[in-house]
Design a protein around this ligand. Structure first.
Ligand code: ADP
Length: 602
């Protein structure tokens, strides 16, 4: 990205605030005019006092008059300047904050629309994405503020001071003018030299934020393996890079700043010598007062240019960070595709034909899969971990699109279905369902935002959760994150009862739960299965055996399909998995131990 592109991109964000920009600019321009007043007043004061001293017309009355005028003008100007400066900074900040908010909200609005493949890419890991968004938004808004609020008045102030110097004397003007390009040149060299390091800074920032997040998320693993030192060493390396790079930038900046200060001082010295010389030779209009006048004007020329460095830096940062930001916001090809098909009723007959699928990181998860899921039936996907079961569910939920082959629902290609409508008709319960910050009630209501409290209770009852929640001191106001794993899982199931979709995908819903919770959830799921199309992925024999159709997968290939009995008789992947599960449960011994007469339906 270059500067012009950057401005094209940020203009739409500034447009809504053009009025604010105009007011702020106007105020700042007046401020820069006022900045010249000191020099003029000082020039006049020195010359007037000088003329009065030693003159036969000297009276104290005249001296007091001069000093009164000076005081009124300078103090009056200062009061005006204070008011203007307050208003200007206030509006400038308002502009920056408004734009920053727009940028932050804009990006969230966008990524909510993106397909899952976007989030599956390693460069879009949550911590990195967050860093890129935060830095982009703050850097762009700061640039807008610097550019629209600071830069223009600075240039005007500088040019105005130059005009005044030229008006005072051509030679002094030329001397001042000669310094300006040197100043610019040093500033642009500085910006160029630091560009690479600043770009590295972006990478370091993203990695740093991602890595700390990573440690926090896996704290129990770090501790249980006693790997604190390894994590510390990784951090140290990262931080060394980060701070080393920061120091490099600072060091170079300090060097250039000193150089610029030297150039500016040289300019001041030249102007003092030149003006003094002109005064000494009695050049017309040259008085002692002019020495001060020229020095002050010259500092008004260089002071804004010194600030220019900061704007250059901001602009360069913005070019670097805005690239990351706009890569996210403008990823049009990541917007989830949708069709317009919304039938009156969804039957729930899925068909996959010769589907291949590869994840964005290059893992080929499915090879030539053809299968049917019939409406109103329970279909089980069986296979070892990594066989591709969840991937099939991901494709049926339109989270990803197949590389080739076709997927239809009720005879219509999934691509033609309205994506939001499709998902409204599918309920997904995962092994670990996300529980949001908030109460149990709010978490269940996520399934149907407008649901009444009675509907929420009813859903909780169906999910065998109601009695347990109501027994808690805060009942349905309890923070959902405080519930046990099994209870959280039933919150997710209650959420689905509330949503009440005709199609249900259950992806190992009981895998991480204890036996009692598993039984309660099995009951909840048995209730929800009625009259719906269900796909279940499970390692639990009891859940597979209840299904009407089984697809057995191995390493992304479909190995077998049929009813549980047929497949078992045939032998192969399915039989192997079932036998292994039965052995792991020690079913023979269990059968001898368990008292089946004591049927407890709890
Ligand atoms: P299963 O559900 O049968 O355990 P999955 O469908 O989850 O298997 O995974 C199938 C293959 O795809 C595995 O090799 C897995 O590593 C890979 N995989 C799963 N999810 C992703 C993802 N988001 N990005 C990249 N690869 C993935």
């Amino acid at each position: 990205m270059n500067l012009i592109n950057l401005f094209k991109k940020i203009l739409p964000y500034v447009k809504p605030y053009r009025f604010l920009v105009a007011i702020t600019l106007f105020l700042t321009l007046i401020g820069s005019l006022l900045a010249q007043v000191n020099a003029v007043v000082l020039d006049w004061t020195v010359d007037s006092i000088n003329a009065l001293v030693g003159s036969p017309e000297f009276t104290w009355g005249k001296a007091v008059k001069i000093l009164t005028i000076v005081s009124i003008v300078l103090l009056g100007k200062e009061i005006l300047r204070a008011g203007i400066s307050f208003a200007q900074r206030n509006f400038g900040e308002k502009l920056r904050i408004n734009i920053s908010q727009r940028l932050s909200l804009g990006v969230v609005e966008r990524i909510l629309k993106y397909r899952m493949a976007f989030f599956a890419r390693s460069e879009n890991a949550p911590g990195m994405l967050q860093a890129r968004i935060d830095q982009g938004a703050s850097s762009i808004s700061r640039t807008i503020q610097s550019f629209f609020i600071d830069l223009l008045p600075m240039i005007v102030s500088s040019v105005l001071a130059l005009v005044l110097i030229f008006a005072a004397n051509l030679y002094v003007g030329l001397t001042a003018l000669a310094i300006v390009p040197i100043y610019f040149w040093i500033t642009s060299r500085q910006a160029k030299k630091l560009k690479g390091s600043r770009k590295n800074m972006r990478g370091f920032n993203e990695k740093r934020s991602g890595s700390i997040m990573n440690i926090l998320e896996s704290m129990n693993v770090v501790k249980s393996f006693n790997r604190e030192e390894i994590e510390m060493a990784k951090q140290t390396e990262l931080q060394n890079g980060f701070y080393g790079n920061q120091m490099k930038i600072r060091k170079a900046s300090f060097g250039y700043d000193s150089l610029k200060s030297f150039v500016s001082q040289t300019g001041t010295v030249l102007i003092i010598i030149l003006t003094s010389y002109l005064v000494l030779i009695g050049y017309p209009g040259m008085t002692i007062g002019k020495i001060m006048y020229h020095i002050m004007l010259f500092s008004n020329v260089t002071a804004p240019i010194t600030q220019l460095q900061r704007i250059f830096d901001d602009l360069n940062d913005a070019v670097i960070y805005a690239e990351g930001y706009f890569d996210i916001v403008d990823a049009d090809n990541e917007v989830e595709p949708t069709g317009g098909y919304k039938p009156e009723k969804v039957e729930g007959n899925f068909e996959m034909k010769r589907v291949d699928f590869t994840y964005p990181n290059g893992t080929k998860a499915l090879h030539n899969i053809s299968l049917r899921v019939d409406s109103g039936k329970i279909t089980a996907l069986v296979g070892l971990s990594g066989a591709g079961k969840s991937t099939i569910v991901n494709l049926l939920d339109k989270f990803y699109e197949p590389d080739c082959g076709s997927i239809t629902l009720d005879g219509v290609d999934l691509r033609e279905w309205d994506t939001r409508f499709l998902r409204e008709n599918i309920g997904l319960v995962l092994q670990k369902n996300h529980i949001f910050d908030g109460s149990v009630e709010e978490n269940i209501r996520y399934g149907k935002p407008g649901a009444t409290i009675e509907e929420v209770y009813e859903a909780a009852r169906k999910a065998s959760l109601y009695d347990q929640i109501i027994a808690l001191p805060k009942g349905f106001d309890t923070a959902a994150t405080n519930l046990s794993g099994g209870q959280q899982q039933r919150v997710a199931i209650a959420r689905m009862f509330l949503k009440n979709p005709p199609i249900i995908f259950l992806d190992e819903p009981t895998a991480s739960l204890d036996a009692i919770a598993t039984e309660q959830i099995k009951n909840a799921i048995d209730a929800i299965k009625q009259d719906r199309t269900v796909i279940i992925i499970s390692h639990s024999i009891s859940q597979i055996i209840d299904s009407e159709m089984v697809y057995a997968l191995k390493e992304g290939h479909l190995e077998q399909s049929g009813t549980p009995d047929e497949l078992y008789k045939k032998g192969g992947v399915y039989k192997d998995i079932m036998d292994a599960s039965a052995r792991s449960l020690n079913i023979e011994k269990l059968a001898q131990t368990i008292d089946f007469s004591d049927d407890d339906d709890d």
